[in-house]
Design a protein around this ligand. Structure first.
Ligand code: MF3
Ligand code: CO
Length: 262
């Protein structure tokens, strides 16, 4: 999400976490189905249909369809965000066909009984280059590091520092002004969860029962970006590629629990 201010951060009960685990499972299963279909020649819109069917079969609601944040010109029309190559995040499903070697971020959100799950993976369609594989692997590693840091007593500065260390080690930039978020009754809740050690992150301390979506977005080139004419797609100015990985995570006394794990 785009960065916002941080406010209160609710603690979830065991029953609420169980429902969030259910929506998380729906998200994970749909992402697996979409991943399997993300081959050269497929239309992005067909991938959206696959996710829509998965939602339907699970009896879950889309977190994305109809979403209308203040910064967007029109309500969101898809159930997936499909962001190829130079599109970093928030790419609406279109008639664009995946080409061999395309790097595609697939982002999906679902709600069960009003409790949301949000996750993203980046896949490479067909033949991949070493450089693209490195970008995707670094993004997954950054997500894993952020998750591992999400323990009771840690602050969002600890989470951001863990994510940022991985990005730095691999020499990739972050998408500025964007990061993860609290999640629960709404897909986007306070607090903003930065990927870089920003001022203010130290003031947000994690407790058991907090639920956050962690989502590093790493760039192969320079961090300048713009919003495309569709009003949604976040695109790198140098048109170099990006990768994105996201999980919804519960902070617990037994350590971080990935609610969007398959
Ligand atoms: N995971 C994305 C985010 O947190 C989901 C965007 S949903 C959309 O920003 F509806 F805004 F596209
Ligand atoms: Co998100």
């Amino acid at each position: 999400m785009a960065s916002t201010s941080t406010a209160e951060h609710p603690v979830r009960s065991a029953a609420e976490l169980e429902t969030m685990r259910e929506s998380g499972r729906v998200v994970a299963l749909a992402l697996q189905a979409v991943k399997a279909a993300a081959v050269p020649g497929v239309k992005l819109r067909d991938l959206d249909d696959i996710a829509r069917t998965a939602l339907h079969e699970a009896g879950a609601e889309s977190s994305f369809f109809g979403y209308a944040p203040a910064w967007a010109p029109t309500p969101y029309k898809g159930v997936l965000c499909l962001s190829p190559n130079e599109v970093v995040v928030h790419g609406p499903p279109t008639g664009r066909k995946l080409a061999d070697g395309d790097v595609l971020s697939i982002d999906f959100g679902a709600a069960v009984d009003g409790w949301h799950g949000d996750a993203a993976i980046t896949v490479i369609a067909g033949t991949s280059t070493e450089e693209d594989r490195r970008l995707v692997a670094a993004t997954e590693e950054a997500l894993a590091a952020g998750i591992a840091a999400a323990v009771p007593g840690a602050t969002l500065l600890d989470v951001a520092t863990a994510i940022d260390a991985v990005a730095k080690r691999h020499g990739f930039a972050h998408l500025p002004d964007h990061g993860g978020h609290g999640i629960g009754r709404a897909m986007h809740e306070a607090p903003f969860v930065p990927n870089q050690p920003l001022a203010g992150a130290r003031d947000v301390r994690l407790e058991a029962g907090h639920t956050i979506a962690i989502e590093p977005m790493l760039l192969a080139g320079s961090p300048e970006y713009r919003t495309a004419r569709d009003g949604w797609s976040v695109v790198t100015r140098d048109r170099r590629r990006a990768a994105h990985a996201e999980h919804t995570v519960a902070v617990t006394d037994d350590g971080p629990v990935v609610l969007t794990a398959p």
